[in-house]
Design a protein around this ligand. Structure first.
Ligand code: F0G
Length: 430
């Protein structure tokens, strides 16, 4: 189908066959060819200056008003939504730490810390829109497959909306903080004896059979919410885009969302030029980096293995959308080793900022880009930290207490007898 005459405010289009469907169509994929859907909006009725003014006014909210860093941008996210499910979310800081500049080689690297969202990851931005959409289409229940953050976020927003939530996660491969949250917020949690890619395949089948609304990032409304990471950081930079935006990449929903946000912001006159995207994968889970190296001639699926369990994904679902994002922004895709991720994480943690392992891939990626001469040290870069340090305390304790030989950033705790002399002995050693 194509909308022939006047277009609605918002509709969905298949990125494979260009079939169009309504905003309230609940199917997660194109019903004609099975391709991924994209949400499209009519260009906003306001000029770019008027839009920016409106976003600015909403940022300086009246005291007590719900200040969401997602719905502040509602004209370009989901203009027709009224009854929204918001925690609220977003409003995450843009940080700078000299020790991180020193480690990466950048002169002034900014960190957009999405771990400051209500459930501790960027997923809340997509989930407020996804669960709002679930209410609009009168879903009976919602579901997702996850490496842990999506499930924690879905569980929290479904609880708020009063919707039953079903989540599928790989057994024994989810960081403890994420699993604990998912259980505590009340989602029905299935530990699948398989990996994330198995979980995603299964949950798609289950949602089709059981008529449960699928809220993985293949759902295009999730992407609309995640666009606001970019919109908010551009607003924080007074709409002067950086040269680079660097992010960790797994299932590629976020890479797709970043590309869409940048292209729309450029098209609608919010920014004068496009930054380059750098998507960073873990070397043991890098099918997208491999495709990029071959100019996206081939698509790969791998058996994924990495300490950064959030991005332990071998067959990313949003591949085509992400290819578009990288191509249109003259972007790059790289892979960094687990050693580099752990080293970057120790530096980010040691700076007092802290992040989860997958997030540190973006900081390791900045160092790699500079070392390879792709990024100049004086270029303006923003690295996105996608999750909170406490998401993965298991890895933290292994790193600091157990790994042999102690890694470079290890901070071994020292057990002592309850005596002053013992403290003096330790300090004397230092
Ligand atoms: N960083 C963190 C902390 C994540 O949790 C994820 C994905 C990513 C980066 C990668 O984003 O998949 O859009 O490329 N986590 C998903 C989940 C898969 O289930 O929580 P992506």
């Amino acid at each position: 189908m194509k909308f022939q005459t006047e277009r609605p405010v918002t509709w969905q289009v298949c990125i494979a066959c260009a079939n169009e469907t309504t905003e309230l169509d609940p199917h997660p994929r194109c019903q004609t060819c099975g391709g991924l859907l994209e949400v499209q909006h009519r260009p906003p009725a306001l000029t770019s200056a008027e839009l920016i003014q409106r976003f600015t006014e909403r940022r300086g909210q009246r005291p007590g008003a719900p200040a969401s860093g997602v719905w502040r941008f509602r004209e370009v996210v989901l203009p027709s939504a009224h009854d929204i499910v918001s925690h609220p979310e977003g409003n995450t800081p843009l940080l700078h730490r000299e020790v991180i500049d020193h480690w990466t080689g950048a002169e002034r690297l900014l960190l957009k810390h999405e771990g400051h969202n209500p459930t501790g990851s960027f997923k809340d931005r997509g989930m407020t829109v996804g669960v709002t959409q679930a209410k609009r289409i009168r879903a009976r229940a919602v579901a997702c497959a996850s490496t842990g953050n999506t499930s924690a976020s879905l569980a929290a927003y479904a609880a708020q909306a009063g919707l039953p939530a079903l989540v599928l996660v790989p057994a024994d491969q989810v960081a403890i903080g994420k699993l604990a949250q998912t259980l505590a917020y009340g989602a029905r949690t299935l530990l699948v004896r398989g990996d994330f890619d198995d979980c995603l395949r299964l949950v798609e089948e289950a949602s089709r059979r059981l008529g449960v609304y699928l809220l993985n990032s293949i759902n295009p409304f999730r992407i609309e919410g995640q666009k606001t990471i970019i919109l908010e950081l551009l607003q924080q930079l007074a709409w002067q885009p950086p040269d680079w935006i660097v992010l960790p990449a797994g299932n590629l929903g976020n890479t797709a969302a970043f590309g869409k946000a940048l292209l729309e912001a450029y098209r609608w006159g919010l920014i004068p030029r496009l930054p380059r995207l750098a998507a960073v994968q873990a070397a043991g889970a890098a099918p997208f980096a491999r495709s990029f190296a071959e100019d996206f001639q081939n698509r790969y699926a791998v058996r994924a293995e990495t300490v950064a369990t959030a991005i332990r994904i071998g067959a990313p679902a949003s591949f085509e959308r992400a290819v578009h994002a990288i191509r249109e922004t003259d972007g790059v895709v790289l892979a960094v080793t687990d050693e580099a991720i752990l080293e970057a994480k120790a530096v980010v943690d040691g700076s007092g900022v802290g992040c989860e392992p997958a997030s540190a891939a973006s900081v390791a990626g900045v160092r790699d880009l500079i070392q390879r001469g792709l990024m100049a040290p004086d270029q303006h870069a923003v690295a996105v930290l996608t999750g909170h340090i406490l998401k993965d305390p298991g890895l933290l304790l292994r790193y600091h207490r157990e790994m042999e030989p102690p890694p470079p950033g290890a901070n071994r705790p020292i057990e002592i007898a309850p005596e002053l002399g013992a403290i003096e002995a330790v300090l004397g050693e230092a």
